[in-house]
Design a protein around this ligand. Sequence first.
Ligand code: HEC
Length: 476
Amino acid sequence: MHYPWWYVPSLTSPMLIAMIATIHVFVSLYAVGGGIVLAGEVSYAYKVNNKSLLDYLRSHTLFFILLTVVFGAITGVGIWWTISLSSPLATEALIHIFVFGWAMEYVFFVLEIVAAFIFHYYWGRLDPKVHKTIGWIYAVSAYISLVLITAITAFQLDIGNWTPDKGMWVAFFNPQTFPQIIARSGASLLLASLYIYLHAAFKLKDNAQLRALVENRTSKWAMAGAALVTVGGAWWYVNLPESAKAALAGASALNILTLLIFTASAVVFFMLYFGPYRNPGWLNPGFAILYFVIGIAATGTGEFIREGVRKPYIVYNYVTGNNVLISEIPKLQATGYLNGGTWTKAFMKAHYPQVFGTDGNIDGNKLLQLPASDQIKVGEVLFQYHCNDCHSTRGFSGVAELTRGWSKGMIHTVVTHLDKAHFFMPPWCGTEAEATVLTEYLQSRSEPVPEGMKFSNINSRENTLAEKVGRGEAEK
Ligand code: HEC
């Protein structure tokens, strides 16, 4: 509540994070898994003294560094930009809670980059033992980065026993940490293998023997990765908080995506077994691209589901999806949402000083005396602040569409009972007058019932919704 909001038209800012973060994950998982596979394979090539394998691994390392260090670092910074603009409160909370974790992360990140450059640029100029060690230093520091970051994303989904008076390690060892680390370790090995197939299919097109060796050896990493993804994924599901399980079951998009990820994982697993493992050398560029696309789709879907089931929270039971501390909600409901935010209050002071009462707070009655067009404007501010993290006006989950044909009464009922209309929305965090003003705005944007729908006036949903909400109230 203490930050300005960031308006991203049609898309909403969290969807922008989702896009950048997903692209980043494609590369960062490769940065971790690729490091482990390269260190392992270079050690093997030195052991059996296979010069041509070493040459291939060297060319793969360049490809690897260009992609992970350059592209990975740029998108990683992109994530920091977008999360701190779009979810400043949650970002602030995660920085404070995990400050020592971030410090460690930066140390290992620097170590990772230095080791990667030495590994590549001093190739052939170092004693094999030293070279191997540098490879493993890279692999271990990249892996520690994965562990640290994953513990933080796991914490967002379930804070476990953590309370604000407890230290970082309680937050670190939350119920989601180990399942997510196992699943992501697997995904990193699996994805790294698919990158190697892709690279080797082109690079070693004319060297069938070496290609068969690379494919066969890589398939072992890939299948180990697939096994870890399955174990981690199942454990992740078992450990999900009830709200996340309900979100997974309740949202049709997530149902479809879950089915998709299981199908894609099974397809990849069988293709791996019957392809590179049993018939190495068979993989041509076309199939390598196909594998890669399926692997990327499965990873992207998995990460999307992991994020999607967290609603209505950004940090479970601590920060809501619209960047409000749960502990702040009662106060906002009593004295108003606009009053509670530094920037919203400043906005109101600058544009509508007449709505402030003698106690310095916004007076609901005065707010409702504003001319209709001004009420709509204030309603828009409330929308941007309270709803825009999950809904656009028109576009992604657009409220103009969601409220198509709704009466004012219906909109008002849903606004004041958000969490009862859908449990994955946070509760309404404002006063009655603010809800009225927001309703004015939403109604001004709401689309009409599509033309030609004869029964729209016969069967009004208004009562149904009021009953639904009423029932929820009675059960409480
Ligand atoms: C944490 C995310 C989140 C926030 C914040 C949020 N919503 Fe929602 N809302 C959802 C989701 C998810 C749905 C389900 C529809 C969808 O997926 O598009 C939904 C559905 C709705 C619907 C359709 C309800 C129905 O019964 O069909 C309306 C209307 C709505 N929201 C209005 C709002 C308004 C107004 C606000 C701000 C005061 C708000 N929402 C804040 C996530 C959120």
